[in-house]
Ligand binder design. Sequence first.
Ligand code: HEM
Length: 470
Amino acid sequence: MRVGPAPGALPVLGHALPLGRRPLDFLASLPAHGDLVKIKLGPVPFHVLCDPDLVHQVLLDDRTYDKGGAIFDLVRTVAGNGLATCPHADHRRQRRLLQPAFHRERLPAYAKVMSSEITAMLQGWTEGGRLDVLATMNELTASLATRTLFAAELDDATFGELRLCMHDVMTGMMRRMLLPWGLLNRLPTPGNRRFHQARRRLRQYVAQLTTDYRRAGVDHGDLLSILLAVRDDNGQGLTEAEIHDQVFTFYLGGSETTAPLLSWALYLLGRNPEIRARLHDEVDAVLSGRIAEYDDIPDLELTRRVIMETLRLYPPGWLFTRLTTKATELAGHRLPAGSIIVYSPHIVHHRADLFPDPERFDPDRWHEDASRPPRGVFTPFGSGARKCIGEVFALTEATLALASIVGRWQLDPLPGAHARMAPRLSSTPRSLPMSLRERVIGVPPNGADRGAERLDAQPPETVIMRRTRA
Ligand code: HEM
């Protein structure tokens, strides 16, 4: 195993600039410098895992490589000690208590809500319009997370403010990750003030939601009801603080990941019309223009592969940290207790020796008969005991949404538009306007080109489509 430093560290900033400006390119360049590569953010050293065996070793040993380091410390400032951020010592109890909310038998009920939210979203789309894809997918996944997990119907104003708070918190968290200097983050700058205000508001929202539930005393069959009902072996339930932290954790997990996944998938399909035409054939055959439902999922095989390939190219969680709880050895390199380890699915997913022609969007890599990737190679949902609890939920949501959207609409990137990643907590495109064209089922793939002529002749209005509730 090769261990080495990444070149190009600046005296005070370390590698903060390339990581902030072109994070994915910077990360993908690291395997050239070793299997375990040392980078610096400000004065803080990080050890980046570039080899799948090392990724596997670290993720499976969550006692030695515990949650910790810059990213989790930041997420903890908002999500407290929830399932995604809690240390190993608290994790098994929390996971046991929360797992029932994600049992397979609950999915059909979640899927019903998903299909109805997707229907509501598509009702707001109009022929020839221009769609802000990221904003629309954010809205869809945030409202899905709210309705399936907390069943709450928020009014539009509250919902909008919630999203704004979330955005400000995310931006503040990212800035803190790239510039981890305590003093700078405590100064009363406008950015810091926005961050603290947004954090306070979010806590208030969640507290209010919990109080309303307790007062109503009804089992809504959703996550919050489960959180209020669960008991461990000693008959102990979750404390108020724990409930708050889990609510926020699931809100974050449920909305900030699937939205970029869907956005990138639609962008990649727009850039690859042949694959999109094949996908049209699949969804036309399975759905005939209706909204996808839970029972359709096994028949949406190419849809599944498109989602897998999007997760490979643009894994929404692109950077995670671990903290060594004791002195240990990794790749033959001695690490003292308290060392920060970084794993990024993006790095291994883009290694040409593991995924030939890695920048090519090729859903056929994921043919059912293709051998499963070796351990540590494909980790969009992590691995080991800390693997994503919402994986099946997210894949269900993404499959239903993608199939329903492409069944009815064709989305094309605007001429000359190239999506670039914004350095946020999840790998989010900076902005993604696409043109909208309503599909006519049964029109052969070259019907798309006829549509393109029509659209060019009548330039679309620049509008952001918003969902309208049926
Ligand atoms: C495409 C969608 C999603 C992706 C790519 C994703 C990715 C991940 C990854 C990589 C981890 C492990 C993080 C680590 O190792 O430090 C994780 C954990 C987690 N995710 Fe997701 N996630 C997605 C959707 C969801 C959804 C929909 C939920 C909730 C409804 C969710 C809730 C969680 C939670 C609670 C954890 C912590 C699990 C634990 O530590 O036991 N995620 N996710």
